[in-house]
Design a protein around this ligand. Structure first.
Ligand code: C2O
Length: 547
């Protein structure tokens, strides 16, 4: 294990996409930002200096941050933002996780352009990948960041939406490593090309960094073998299409065994919500067997077949096929059995309020009818550590206030009136937590990629309709469930996850569609300290920003 030091300077840089030049926020002028490559057990020290014009924080998405919650990054949850002109140094050890994670800004919608890969290889000199192909490890590793591009400053997009209560503009392009690809108008030069060699096996590390879009991904002519997801290994699973939700990563092996030529990698939205605008455009990159020779470059690349934007069976077939490589280490007991509804709805606006949503409403979102509000004077973690009263309350409900038919159409709004609040759910150190995430159909049924900070969890089952404790518990996979940090709760359905609360601190849980977190689809777990110094949160670093 070694210590790695990096400096991230947040600053504006001019970038041109879709024929439009814009100043965007970047790390060190790069878009996407730098890839960090570590070995399991390494300690990362990243000094972030804000030379931009917005408050910012950086979140190390999926890193467990054992006892180092001060380095987790969500603004007003574990720290106050780093203001323009200020710096903060994140220090943490990457332990017990291998594969692909990523880092991103965790303030407003800055993560649209402030993000990059975090690659965790096996511990130096000790361990190797558990997967080999014909006895050999992959020849090359390729990080592939899928993102979204707006022809407008994303901060202005979200500000306009919060002012009016309407839904924000959808993005103008989906991107691969920052490039929309040559199917977009005015974008033929903005296409990522990956040179490959015939016969080689490469490891592609996919990251969905898009703000609001779950994505189908496919590579023409080639089978992808999934070997990892969210920095946990999976049993090898061969497929022609991946579904990756925002926040999730998927590692796949590809053997370039096709006739030499050029092959499109393509990604397109999976968005089955009714009545919600979706982006049906397709982003492309090119895998090129002969990037150095001219013989194959004249023909246009082969195009893969992608599922339709609303192909829920394709999405579910993928997510339910993943299995953890190792036997689940699940406690046989459940200490906390929680049932959380996740969904989007509408507030009726009274006269005099500016309310640009449908029929004088504004969009809102909630978990168990609580629409999450960030504090502003101090972070929740600081308030907890220093026992400052009045910042949050520990009365987040374990169940929705009323049970109803969550996935019926035309649910009565009287059953569902979200209350804004900064509420946390307290967990005892070491508690075995089972969490049912139940999607609702108040406004429209939608997918919700739910991410928990500070934890990996096992996904025991997912299904459609209302979760039925008696019948659905029998379907739990307690043997080899996949371990992830973000679960795509299916449209009109539910997912059940389990984890042990072994990491003290304050941990945000939220929908990783930024539009939904903006509307309040979030809550936080407060995990109390255990017994002894190895079970308690470290003291705050001296340079922790103040609000
Ligand atoms: Cu990837 Cu709270 O975020």
């Amino acid at each position: 294990a070694k210590q790695q030091y990096h400096e991230f300077v947040i600053k504006e840089a001019a970038v041109t996409r879709l024929c439009k030049s814009q100043n965007i926020m970047t790390v060190n002028g790069q878009f996407p930002g730098p890839s960090l490559e570590v070995n399991e057990g390494d300690c990362l020290v990243v000094k972030v200096t804000n030379k931009g014009r917005y408050n910012v924080t950086v979140h190390w998405h999926g890193v467990r941050q054992m006892r180092t919650g001060w380095a987790d990054g969500p603004e007003y949850v574990t720290q106050c933002p780093i203001r323009p002109g200020q710096s903060y140094t994140y220090r943490f050890t990457v332990q017990g996780q291998e594969g692909t994670l990523w880092w991103h800004a965790h303030s407003s919608w800055l993560r649209a352009t402030v993000h990059g890969a975090l690659i965790i290889r096996p511990r130096r000199g000790v361990a190797a990948y558990p997967f080999v192909n014909h006895g050999k490890p992959p020849v090359r590793e390729i990080p592939i960041l899928l993102g979204e591009w707006w022809n407008m400053n994303p901060i202005d997009v979200v500000r306009a939406a919060t002012r009016t209560g309407a839904a924000p503009n959808i993005s103008d392009a989906i991107t691969v490593n920052g490039q929309p690809g040559d199917l977009y108008k005015c974008s033929s030069k903005d296409t990522t090309t990956f040179p490959v060699n015939s016969g080689e096996t490469n490891l592609l590390r996919f990251i969905n960094a898009a703000l609001n879009t779950e994505l189908f991904v496919s590579l023409a002519g080639h089978t992808m073998t999934v070997v990892g997801a969210d920095a946990s290994y999976t049993k090898p699973y061969a497929t022609s299409v991946l579904m990756i939700a925002p926040g999730q990563t998927t590692d796949v092996l590809v053997t370039f065994d096709q006739p030499p030529g050029r092959y499109y990698l393509a990604a397109r939205a999976y968005a089955s919500a009714q009545g919600v605008p979706f982006d049906n455009t397709t982003t492309t990159a090119i895998f090129d067997y002969g990037a150095s020779s001219s013989s194959t470059t004249s023909k246009s690349p082969a195009m893969p077949t992608l599922p339709a934007y609303n192909d829920t069976s394709a999405a579910t077939a993928f997510t339910t096929s993943l299995r953890g490589l190792r036997k689940a280490e699940l406690p046989s007991r459940v200490d906390e059995n929680l049932f959380f509804t996740v969904g989007v709805g509408l507030f009726n606006c009274s006269q005099g309020q500016s309310c640009g949503g449908p029929n004088n409403t504004r969009f809102t979102a909630s978990i168990n009818n609580v629409s999450f509000v960030l504090p502003s004077a101090v972070s929740i973690l600081q308030a907890h550590y220093h026992t400052t009263n009045g910042v949050f309350t520990a009365d987040f409900p374990a169940n929705p206030p009323v049970a109803f038919d969550y996935t019926a159409q035309n649910v009565s709004r009287g059953l569902w009136q979200p209350v804004p609040g900064t509420k946390v759910y307290k967990l005892k150190y070491g508690a075995a937590v089972q969490l049912v995430l139940q999607g609702t159909n108040i406004f429209a049924a939608e997918n919700h990629p739910i991410h928990i900070h500070g934890y990996d969890f096992y996904i025991l089952a997912e299904g459609f309709g209302n979760f039925d404790a008696a019948a659905d518990t029998a379907k739990f996979n307690l043997d080899d469930p996949p371990m992830r940090n973000t679960v795509a709760v299916p449209v009109n359905g539910w997912a059940v996850v389990r984890f042990v609360a072994d990491n003290p601190g304050v941990w945000l849980m939220h929908c990783h569609l930024d539009v939904h977190i903006t509307w309040g689809l979030a809550m936080a777990f407060l995990v109390e300290d255990g017994v002894g110094v190895l079970q308690s949160l470290e003291a705050p670093p001296p340079d922790l920003p103040l609000c």
